[in-house]
Design a protein around this ligand. Structure first.
Ligand code: BG6
Length: 451
């Protein structure tokens, strides 16, 4: 029997702001990404890889690779330029055309509502998701795009990597400046994000029959640093804070006791408005989604205070990429097995990949055997998890063309398709197939049998 069922989703994943460019075109308002200071010698976000104007060419290449799914995000400030005023028809039309082009090529859009690019006006006026006003505006935005695209898009993700909210509230447009208690504010933002997520689940189920909504986490698999029980408990607590908290709320619809007890003890329980608890309980997700890149270990001895994340240390047994991310395919299997045992929900891997500095060679290609190795080993472990009963229904690599990395570097390349641009020099933005292009094409054509 084949491990991977027919209809499995194969493709790649990106975001609007890391690919589209056209940052102020056709009525788009600025987002917090556009306002981010650009580091010396690094790319700004204005042009990215110009997907906005070149998507037909890119989609033709994705079709050639055999993609049947492609994940991107909708840029909220294309739809509502200031986040709250009039809807921008040109923004809606862009995504209509884009999704039509994908569907015409046999590629179903997988859409993230929010990938860290809040309309700038909402950060400036309301301090982003610190305000319930922004939660309501997010619901309005979600309802607008569900009504418009519900017939074209089945799989949705509310927030990209929602577990980053506690560590990086700035990605939700929040400044901690002037907060009486930074930790209390961070948990309030976390709560507001859960409520916004649940409202999006409800809106999708109200408006789109058969629409499927995920809760998503970037999953860093963790191991006890040594066999000492102290490391085992520190690891368990790190896992709770890194991933379980979010999945528990997405899947079970309530805060887990390991979080409520801690917040009560510290006196920083976020404000629950009337109806919040019921909203969470009644709007659990249809599937779970992860990005997976790396693993770490946790040392109980290193933990400072009561924050288990201070105990994270690299695994001496693993190689890393140039950016220090530990390469651990087995960690993906550990993650999938843990998730499935705890939630029994279908899982969609919506990001996995390796960033590398690359140059075109004289044959106008890149011999990216390291990428092939990385992806092959991860897909093998995914298959082993599936053979052990885990329900995975799709696998998307991070990137398809190269794109700007989250930190603003272009030289950290992820694609099967090389884009001819430098860090600040846009060159001609031409696309070239890397060696991995044909490799992935064969993987998809054989539905994961030929690796
Ligand atoms: C994920 C994000 O965390 O990782 C992406 O969803 C990001 O936006 C990707 O680009 C890879 O990380 P980086 O920092 O190498 O771009």
């Amino acid at each position: 029997m084949k491990t991977i069922p027919d209809g499995f989703l194969w493709g790649g994943a990106v975001t609007s702001f890391q690919t589209e460019g056209a940052w102020d075109v056709d009525g788009k308002g600025p987002s917090i990404v556009d306002a981010r200071p650009v580091k010396e010698g690094q790319s700004d976000w204005k042009s990215a890889v110009d997907f906005y104007h070149r998507y037909k060419e890119d989609i033709a290449m994705f079709k050639e690779m055999g993609f049947n799914a492609y994940r991107t995000s909708i840029s909220w400030s294309r739809i509502f330029p200031d986040g709250e005023g009039e809807v921008n028809e040109q923004g809606l039309q862009f995504y209509d055309d884009l999704f039509d082009e994908m569907l015409a090529n046999g590629i179903q859009p997988v859409i993230t509502l929010y990938h860290f690019d809040l309309p700038l006006a909402l950060a400036e006026k309301y301090n982003g998701f610190a305000s319930r006003k922004v939660v309501d505006l997010f619901e309005r935005y979600a309802r607008t795009v569900f009504e418009r695209f519900g017939k074209k898009v089945k799989y949705w993700l509310s927030f990209n990597e929602q577990n980053l909210v506690l560590m990086h509230p700035e990605l939700w447009g929040v400044s901690l400046e002037g907060a009486e208690s930074e930790e209390a504010l961070k948990y309030q933002v976390t709560h507001n994000a859960f409520i916004a997520h649940a409202k999006a689940v409800k809106a999708l189920h109200d408006l789109v029959p058969g629409g499927q909504m995920a809760g998503m986490v970037t999953y860093t698999t963790t191991y006890p640093h040594t066999p000492q029980p102290n490391d085992a408990i520190a690891n368990l607590k790190a896992k709770e804070l890194l991933a379980d908290f979010y999945f528990d709320v997405f899947a079970h619809g309530e805060y887990p006791t390991y979080i409520t007890k801690d917040l009560e003890r510290k006196g920083i329980m976020p404000t629950f408005e009337v109806g919040d608890a019921e909203l969470l309980k009644e709007n659990t997700v249809d599937y779970l989604s992860i990005s997976y890149y790396q693993s770490q270990t946790v040392s109980g001895d290193k933990v400072v205070g009561d924050n288990p994340l201070t105990g994270l240390i690299p695994n001496p047994h693993l190689q890393t990429n140039e950016w220090g991310w530990a390469i651990d395919p087995i960690g993906l299997r550990v993650c999938l097995k843990n998730m499935y045992a705890r939630y029994r929900l279908p899982i969609f891997i919506t990001e996995n990949g390796i960033g590398v500095r690359e140059e075109l060679n004289e044959n106008k290609t890149v011999e990216d055997d390291y990428r092939i190795d990385y992806l092959r080993e991860h897909i093998k472990q995914m298959k082993l998890a599936m053979e052990e009963g885990v329900d995975v229904f799709g696998y998307l690599t991070w990137g398809s063309t190269d794109l700007i990395s989250s930190g603003g570097q272009f030289e950290k390349r992820y694609g099967f398709i090389y884009v001819n641009r430098g860090e600040t020099d846009l060159r001609d933005l031409k696309r070239f197939k890397k060696k991995s292009f044909d490799w992935y094409k064969n993987v998809i054509a054989s539905n994961g049998e030929v690796l």
